[in-house]
Design a protein around this ligand. Structure first.
Ligand code: NAP
Length: 453
């Protein structure tokens, strides 16, 4: 069976990906099981040296990999290059910090010795999305390989060549056969892989729909899973916000990556005192974004990754408008195969799709509120809990509000970012478990207590 992959900018089919059969999947599982003991026992410095080589190769090959990302999911070339360099940084970061993060943690008790050790658990299956097709993989892969686990990747079906590019970099960087492999499989095959006794755990980055299915399959086998799911992050603008900085951040935070970012600012919750000024400037700045060929440096808003995703986004917009939202900018599909222009909806209210659902594309919702207290109530009035940001001239005030946001990461006067040094993950329906930093590295370890009486 083949999956056809159209270029999102042109609609041309540029690649047909064949799905793997049962024998190939079995071979990958067998290779993973065989490779695990040797990889787990390799000294940390040796695994670190491999990771550093992988990072260097990512930097060396970034032009070619960026070209694949743009062809498969439409990312602007500059954004693709930055993403690859960030992955190389994550390889270095975990090579540099693994010894510290994995050092046994002494615990004072009455025993001669009592401590916690972090031990690898085996093969982890990663089910990954297309929106950051290299970063999402590396932010899981770099720490898990450093821990001594082995990994299988089932990537989103529209980015198979990104998956293969990752496999090539790892192989050429010295990752032994079986320590990492790509499975070109569909979701039913992925469910079988989750059930396989050789797979110890699963990590998903993707939608709530995929999360329910994968977590149920993992739960059915009592396997650990981490769920990095959707978000509808609040961008809270208080009356004392610096408008120049806030508007620039709003444009970046909503429209980078064509708005297809889990931690993008999606709900702009603006207090009345500053709302008209903010909205006017936001519309003006977002109106300058230009759709077009993602390889052209003049294009500042990428096409969406697939036409069906663009069409679904437009249904969400049209339904919200039918329910009373006001279009201030954009609001209709663009000329290109999967283009959607920068769109801003005002007067978004509960019950509208723009209020209740994640808008995974270049559409901003404005929610006007009377004061800080109402801003907080509205910010938390969501089933998601990934990130949120607060914009104010008073950092202490911002911190107080940020502490009350019900989400995994609250930023003050900064857009929400994934940063290898900081834990990343959600609450509520945005998922559970954490990636990045030390805690992300510990997710797929046996946190083992040793007690010597
Ligand atoms: P998606 O449709 O859920 O796909 C993600 C991955 O899950 C793909 O590999 C997909 O495979 C697989 N999948 C989909 N349905 C499945 C099912 N029923 N059973 C098993 N696997 C399934 O999500 P997406 O459209 O690629 O990505 C966008 C979503 O990811 C958004 O909601 C976004 O917020 C979220 N996201 C979250 C984070 C985070 O860190 N929290 C980061 C990035 C994105 P196929 O492609 O083969 O269907």
């Amino acid at each position: 069976m083949f999956t056809e992959i159209p270029n999102p900018a042109t609609g041309q089919i540029e690649h047909r990906q064949e799905l793997m059969g049962a024998n190939a999947v079995e071979a990958a599982l067998h290779a993973a099981q065989t490779a695990f003991p040797e990889w787990a026992q390799r000294p940390l410095e040796a695994r670190g040296a491999v990771l550093r080589k992988v990072g260097a190769l990512l930097r060396e090959r970034h032009e070619a990999i960026a070209g694949i990302m743009t062809a498969e999911m439409g990312k602007l070339k500059a954004e693709a290059l930055a993403e690859i360099d960030k992955c190389a940084g994550a390889c270095d970061y975990y090579a540099d910090n693994a010894a510290r993060y994995l050092a046994p943690q002494p615990i004072e008790t009455e025993a001669q010795a009592s401590y916690v050790r972090y031990e690898p658990i085996g093969c982890v299956l990663a089910v990954m999305p297309w929106n950051f097709p290299i970063w999402q993989v590396f932010r899981f892969l770099a720490p898990t390989l450093m821990v001594g686990n082995v990994a299988l990747l089932k990537h989103a079906s529209n980015v198979p060549r990104c998956a293969d590019a990752i496999a090539s970099v790892l192989r050429d960087g010295g990752v032994p056969e079986g320590v990492f492999a790509v499975l070109h499989i569909d979701n039913d095959q992925a469910a079988e892989v989750i059930r396989d006794r050789r797979v110890a755990a699963v990590t998903l980055t993707g939608s709530e729909r995929a999360g329910k299915s994968i977590a149920a399959n993992a739960g059915g086998e009592l396997k650990k899973c981490v769920m990095e799911l959707g978000g509808s992050d609040a961008f809270v603008v208080l009356d004392d916000a610096d408008l120049d900085k806030t508007v620039a951040a709003a444009v970046k935070g909503r429209f980078d990556n064509a708005g297809q970012t889990c931690i993008a600012a999606k709900r702009f919750i603006v207090v009345d005192a500053i709302a008209d000024a903010f909205v006017q400037r936001f519309v003006e700045a977002a109106g300058k974004l230009k759709t077009g060929d993602p390889n052209d440096a003049a294009t500042t808003l990428a096409p969406m990754a697939r036409q069906d995703l663009r069409d679904e986004l437009h249904h969400q917009v049209a339904s919200s408008v039918a329910d009373g939202a006001k279009v201030l900018l954009g609001g209709h599909p663009g000329q290109g195969h999967a283009d959607y222009p920068a769109t801003i909806l005002d007067q978004v209210q509960p019950g509208m799709r723009a209020y209740d659902e994640e808008l995974f594309g270049p559409v901003a919702s404005i929610l006007r509120v009377k004061d800080e207290a109402e801003a907080l109530r509205v910010a938390n009035d969501t089933s998601f809990g990934l990130g949120g940001s607060v914009w104010t001239g008073d950092a202490q005030r911002g911190e107080r509000v940020a502490q009350q946001l019900q989400c995994g990461a609250a930023f003050v006067n900064s857009i929400v970012k994934s940063d290898v040094r900081l834990p990343f993950g959600g609450t509520k329906r945005s998922g559970f478990g954490r990636e990045l930093a030390a805690v992300g590295m510990h997710e797929f370890t046996n946190i083992k207590t040793v007690y010597v009486a």
